[in-house]
Design a protein around this ligand. Structure first.
Ligand SMILES: Cc1ncc(COP(=O)(O)O)c(C=O)c1O
Length: 306
C-alpha cells in the first residue's frame, strides 16, 4: 500500500513520497541494521491543531538506539523535532498521524558488521487509526521468547529485532488471539509484540523492570507518571511470573501504536471479570484527553504543529 502522504524527509530534504526509495543492495535491507521510532500525532478538531506526543522522548530514544548501533546521525533532538513538525505541515495533515523516523546503514555492500558504515535517515508521516482493538484484547503467551540483551539489545528499537516480534504476533493471530505476550529467556513476563505491559494486582500496578529485555516505552513512562499523579497508585517495576497473568485483576498493553489497550483474556483465562476494568478505563480516558491536547495539565508533552 503506498504511503498516503505527499512528502517525506530523506537525505536531508523534504522530498516527494515517490522519491523515497532505497537500494535493493542496502545494508539495512539485507541485515536489518536500522533503528526507528513510532510517533503519533493527534488531531484536535476544536482547536484545528495536530499535537505530536512526547517528541523529545522519542527522539532521545532514537539517538540512544543509534548509539548502540554505532551510528552517527547529523541531527540533534531539536533538529529531529523540527523536521517532524515540518513534515505534518508540508503534508497538510489535519488528522491523526503516525510518524516513522528510521536511521539505517545505507552502504551497498556485502558484509555483516556495524562499524565503518554510512548512516542515512528518513522520516515518514501518514494517517493512522487504531493499531489494535482498544476495547478488550485476548492474548496468548508466546512460545517465542523475547530477544535477550546479550543476543540483540531489546532496549534499542532495532529494525531487525522486529522479526522476533513478528514470529510472536503471527503465532498469536494464527491461534486466534489478538496479541502475543512474550516471556524472557528465564521465563518472566517481558512485553507484548510491540507493547509494554502492566498488571493491576492487590491495588498496585506492576510492570517488568528495564532489565527484563523490554523496550523502555514512552507510553510506559506516561502510565507510570499518570498512575502516581492522577490515580494515586504505586507502580512497581519488578520481575513478573507467567501465572501472575492469570490472577491479575486487570492487565494493560501500552505503546504508541497500541495506545492503552486493556487485556480481557490470557491463555483462555479471563482477566478479572473478563471486561475492561476501572483502572484501565480511567487511564485510557486520561491518555486520550492528554494526547489530543484537551487536558492542558500535560500540554508540555504535546508539540503543536500549526
Ligand atoms: C517491542 C515494543 N515494546 C514496547 C513498545 C512501546 O513503546 P512506546 O510506548 O515508546 O511506543 C513498542 C512500540 O514502540 C515496541 O515495539
Amino acid at each position: 500500500m503506498p504511503i498516503d502522504a505527499k512528502v517525506l524527509f530523506m537525505n536531508g530534504e523534504y522530498t516527494p513520497t515517490e522519491h523515497g526509495v532505497i537500494s535493493v543492495r542496502s545494508h539495512a535491507f539485507a541485515y536489518g541494521t536500522g533503528c526507528f521510532e513510532g510517533i503519533r500525532g493527534y488531531w484536535n478538531e476544536e482547536e484545528g491543531q495536530v499535537y505530536l506526543f512526547r517528541l523529545r522522548e522519542h527522539y532521545e530514544r532514537l539517538l540512544r538506539s543509534s548509539k548502540i548501533m554505532r551510528m552517527k546521525l547529523p541531527y540533534s533532538v531539536e533538529d529531529l523535532i523540527e523536521q517532524s513538525v515540518e513534515l505534518v505541515k508540508r503534508n497538510g495533515q489535519r488528522q491523526d498521524v503516525y510518524q516513522r523516523p528510521v536511521a539505517y546503514k545505507s552502504d551497498e555492500i556485502i558484509g555483516v558488521r556495524l562499524n565503518d558504515l554510512t548512516d542515512d535517515y528518513l522520516c515518514t508521516s501518514e494517517p493512522m487509526g487504531n493499531y489494535v482493538d482498544i476495547s478488550g484484547l485476548r492474548c496468548g503467551v508466546s512460545s517465542w521468547r523475547r530477544i535477550d540483551d546479550n543476543a540483540m539489545p531489546a532496549r534499542a528499537k532495532i529494525t531487525g529485532s522486529y522479526v522476533n516480534a513478528a514470529f510472536a504476533k503471527s503465532e498469536a493471530l494464527l491461534n486466534n488471539y489478538d496479541e502475543a505476550i512474550m516471556l524472557t529467556h528465564d521465563g518472566h513476563v517481558a512485553e507484548g509484540s510491540a507493547e509494554n505491559i502492566f498488571l493491576y494486582i492487590n491495588g498496585e500496578l506492576v510492570t517488568p523492570a528495564p532489565t527484563e529485555n523490554i523496550l523502555l516505552g514512552v507510553t510506559r513512562d506516561t502510565i507510570i507518571q499518570l498512575a502516581a499523579k492522577e490515580l494515586g497508585i504505586t507502580v512497581h517495576e519488578r520481575q513478573i511470573d507467567r501465572t501472575e497473568l492469570y490472577i491479575a485483576d486487570e492487565i494493560l498493553l501500552c505503546g504508541t501504536g497500541a495506545q492503552i489497550a486493556p487485556v480481557i483474556e490470557v491463555d483462555h483465562n479471563s482477566v478479572g471479570t473478563g471486561k475492561v476494568g476501572p483502572i484501565g478505563q480511567k487511564l485510557q480516558d486520561l491518555y486520550f484527553d492528554i494526547v489530543r491536547g484537551i487536558n492542558k495539565k500535560y500540554i508540555n508533552w504535546c508539540t503543536p504543529v500549526y
